[in-house]
Design a protein around this ligand. Structure first.
Ligand code: ZN
Length: 276
């Protein structure tokens, strides 16, 4: 098995201080959380930014500031910017902003689904434009799949040259309106991707830890963090993102699965080298 690539999604679009006082929201808080997680062994940080009011934003300066703070700490973590538009609340044009900053990775939500009262819209035209923008900027798509149809969409885009191999999939399971967070579902999704493609999985809420563990033993990669789950265990809030990361690292070590350094992960994912 390849060494385990652990991503941390520290913040997301929806987390609020009312839900948990431990949520990192400002660029400085997100950067500090990323560096703390890196010290625990995390490989990739998935970054969302918030404005001074704490609202989700796609402002380039906020993304830039966050990365500068991370790098100023001597941290070589892989940067993965979100391109999510908060269920249509942020305009599609702004969703290209993070890609223009040329992070090594950016999220690529490969289709549309209902999420409770909202619709997560990623039209075919938008996805072609986003993929094209990523190609032009040397950004690798982290292909987020909330159901199997999104895998089909991604494979179609790859067949038409919009996404280059190796394809890196992130299965997002347990979202209301998306695929269920079960072992059978995960196995099925892994069987649908081209053999040898690196894949990762994250589970929402109580599914986070079981899916982290499944990925470790199946040879996949995994994501943790407060964007997906704010609890350390039932009824007990996680005190930090690093606390969630440290537990995944401990479980991996118990299973004798090595943890990937950012450098090793760059090779596995076929990323361009840092500073290139
Ligand atoms: Zn996200």
């Amino acid at each position: 098995m390849d060494p385990l690539i652990i991503s941390v999604a520290t913040t997301g679009n929806w987390l609020t201080r009312e839900q948990t006082p431990y949520a990192p929201l400002s660029p400085r808080e997100v950067a500090t959380a990323a560096v703390d997680c890196w010290c625990e062994g995390v490989t990739i940080v998935h970054i969302h930014v918030r404005d001074s009011q704490g609202a989700a934003s796609l402002n380039k300066d906020l993304f830039r500031e966050t990365v500068e703070l991370i790098r100023a700490a001597g941290c070589d973590i892989i940067i993965n910017f979100t391109t999510s538009g908060r269920l249509g609340q942020l305009p599609d044009e702004d969703r290209f902003n993070p890609v223009e900053l040329k992070p090594e990775l950016a999220s690529f939500d490969a289709g549309s689904i209902n999420i409770r009262n909202g619709v997560f819209i990623n039209s075919a035209t938008f996805l072609e434009n986003l993929a094209q923008k990523m190609l032009e900027n040397g950004v690798k798509p982290e292909i987020e799949c909330f159901d199997t149809a999104m895998i089909a969409n991604a494979l179609d885009l790859a067949a038409r040259g919009f996404i280059k191999p190796p394809l890196f999939f992130q299965f997002v399971l347990g979202v209301p309106g998306g695929a269920q967070a079960t072992a059978k579902q995960l196995l099925h999704m892994v069987e649908l991707i081209p053999p040898g493609s690196p894949w990762s999985v994250c589970g929402i809420g109580p599914y986070q830890l079981p899916l982290n563990t499944l990925a470790i033993v199946m040879g996949g990669h995994t994501r943790t963090g407060m964007e997906d789950n704010i609890y350390y265990r039932k009824g007990e809030l996680a005190k930090s993102n690093a606390q969630l990361v440290a537990r995944v690292v401990r479980i991996a070590r118990e299973c004798e699965r090595e943890i990937a350094s950012p450098g090793e992960a760059r090779k596995i994912l076929g990323l361009r080298c840092l500073n290139e």
